[in-house]
Design a protein around this ligand. Sequence first.
Ligand code: GTP
Length: 554
Amino acid sequence: FPVENVRNFSIIAHVDHGKSTLADRLLEITGAIAKTKRNKQVLDKLQVERERGITVKAQTATLFYSHAGRTYLLNLIDTPGHVDFSYEVSRSLSACQGVLLIVDANEGIQAQTVANFFLAFESQLMIIPVINKIDLKNADPARVEKQIEMVFDIPKEECIRISAKLGTNIDEVLRAVVERIPPPNAGAADPLRALVFDSTFDHYRGVIASITLFGGKLQRGDKIMSSYTQKLYEVNEVGILRPDEYPVEKLYAGQVGYLIAGMKEVKEAQIGDTFYLQNHPVEPLAGFKPAKPMVFAGMYPVDQSEYSNLRKAVEKLTLNDSSVTVHRDSSPALGAGWRLGFLGLLHMEVFNQRLEQEYNASVIMTAPTVPYKALLSSSKLIKSRRGVQKSLVYIDDHRVMMQYLFPLNEIVVDFYDGLKSLSSGYASFDYEDAGHQAADLVKMDIYLNGHSVEELTTIVEKAYSAGKAIAERLKDSIPRQLFEIAIQAAIGSKIIARENIKAMRKNVLAKCYGGDITRKMKLLKRQAEGKKRMRKIGNVEVPKDAFIKILKRE
Ligand code: GTP
């Protein structure tokens, strides 16, 4: 394919504005997937992605499109929409010359629309605004076009109105891609420069690296060097992603595809690394900032005998998600485990869910914390809110954009949920790191019948109210047991809140008097299974899912 017929682009949008649906339509219309697969959201490959309806990892697909007597090769690079995964977005954009910026015709511009616009704008990409969901009853595309003109300074004539769901105007989107987005600036005669923008691990074939060729060509048998590790490899296979791997003879400058070269660990194909031909060294391309974990939590097997299985599962999962950091850790109460770093709370939940679904693991996660630099002091100063307003801009008559400086700790767990319910779902939210700030904080411990609950040790500013709230929520989520349970929140040795759970005798067999023994066995078995999902603290049994629930404020 001549490079002037290649187009590399991404779709960016606020969460739920319809990226995956549009990607499906583009794949369909260009014949990359059959119409019968409709609505399957082909680019969302992971089970958690399908279940939660969100994109976690970027996927790539190559499409062929004929227009005005020319056949184009289009590389569509999918991007996740949730704030936790915005590092994936910038990574995907490095392989592109243009983006489709999707805006929901009903909701208009939202926080991540703005954040993603600036990512694309700073990378000097061609931006094509696409207004989606025009089929909705309350759709107001004219209002959204005005917003786009006002906030992004893009003339409203450049907006394309579509319904990804119904397939309206999809061809116009493809036409805009080939007409407005420039081809990649890369020469096949130049020396090889292959930028790694993603990598996954396959049990049979080893590492599969997604690459963009900024120069040269690549084929089986080529000897290539990593700029980062200086290791030498022989290429086994190259190909394009349609979206499944589809081997080809050669990849040329400007193309996006994959590379297999006998690498055994994703670390060997570092994201942001540049590969070049042996004996033809090149200046490595500007890489990416490594993803920076923002939320940390301890993870322990429910049963210590599961430790080595769990270790294998964590290793495999982190092979495909280099943004999770892992350090070994151990605690007197929970035994051997790890301290993991995540990009955000959703990222942590997704990781946890994948461990359970894909590796059948049963784990305890401790309360998520954010990094602090601590100077110990005895002050207990109580302020009501810790946010500081930075700016306020009116987007149109109905919408304002406000910037605040917040302690990360205040926003990781449930700030987003709270904001959504406060604004009846209208407000949206995005964040970036603003560095460390001084604050007066204390460490608060939680005890159940005198035993410390390490999962719930947190750093708080408003200790009295936080302690009271956690104690009350624990009271609601721990079932009554055979003895009374005392719940206490403490700072050092000082108790600041207390709740009691009354004793109760739970007789599961009470329901089936009469002598059906199989029914009794079944009930007892179910009770035993229920116990497995419990964690024992001292003599108290706590349901595992209680830990995350407790941290979310109502
Ligand atoms: P993330 O992958 O999480 O970023 O979400 P997304 O932006 O990919 O959104 P997705 O394509 O999953 O669409 C979100 C919801 O909007 C789904 O329920 C779609 O069926 C719906 N949707 C997408 N396009 C349209 C459209 O044109 N019209 C209507 N009515 N609904 C649409």
